[in-house]
Design a protein around this ligand. Structure first.
Ligand SMILES: N[C@@H](CCC(=O)N[C@@H](CS)C(=O)NCC(=O)O)C(=O)O
Length: 217
């Protein structure tokens, strides 16, 4: 059975790798599994055929035979459990790596998403000037804690794991803000993630879709 994921027909970021299919592509590249991509328009995402796969009308989804999944965290956990390469075999080390997956999505990503909304969706509100520094500081607080934990290690807990894959993916959303540069060990951590051949292949594949000329262009 071929694994099929969904991705934006045209990603709002123009292919900078921020759409969450990049995380799934990266995981599949790390474990060496081929996959196909079904591109989907914003309109089709909200139609019944896609809603049957993803109740919230979003990407990515993951299909393999009669298994259909949504939510990046769940998709990554499935890939990491099904194929070797993203989770340690030692039971305790595995549980810790999974903990970092949850930490990335539940603890570090929320303030980063809030900052994205404050900058992109609320920029014209009269209260934005006062709110923005508060939101930025909430992000800094989290990064300070993460930076302290990472220290001078390469990865969060021993070898690279699905926890690092998600943490780096989450931190990449902050790149344009410059905030990660305030924490040199985190900036280096993100750069290590981006330097992985599997990440490069995933990034290039999604970029190619977003920079391809439409047949009528
Ligand atoms: N928690 C979900 C979030 C999925 C999500 O926000 N997907 C975005 C693309 S990165 C999307 O489909 N946005 C369009 C929309 O929500 O209408 C996950 O991790 O998979």
């Amino acid at each position: 059975m071929t694994i099929t994921i969904t991705a934006f027909e045209r990603s709002p970021d123009g292919g900078k790798g921020l759409a969450r299919d990049t995380r799934v592509r990266w995981a599949l590249e790390e474990v060496g599994q081929p996959y196909e991509v079904r591109l989907i328009s914003f309109r089709a995402m909200k139609e019944p055929a896609h809603l049957a796969l993803h109740p919230f009308g979003q990407i990515p989804t993951y299909e393999d035979g009669n298994l259909a999944l949504f939510e990046t965290g769940s998709i990554l956990l499935h890939i990491a459990e099904r194929y070797a390469g993203l989770l340690p075999t030692d039971v305790n080390a595995r549980a810790r790596a999974i903990t970092w997956m949850f930490a990335a999505l539940n603890t570090v990503e929320p303030p980063i998403l809030e900052l994205g909304s404050a900058r992109l969706l609320e920029g014209d509100k009269p209260w934005n000037k006062e709110r923005l520094p508060l939101v930025e500081d909430r992000v800094r607080d989290r990064l300070k804690q993460l930076s302290a934990r990472l220290g001078d290690a390469d990865w969060l807990d021993g070898a690279f794991s699905a926890g690092d894959l998600l943490m780096v993916s989450v931190l990449l959303r902050l790149k344009s803000s410059g905030i990660p540069d305030e924490f040199p060990n985190l900036a280096a951590y993100v750069a290590r993630g981006e330097a992985r051949p599997a990440y490069k292949r995933a990034f290039a594949a999604q970029l190619a879709i977003n920079t391809a000329k439409s047949p009528t262009a």
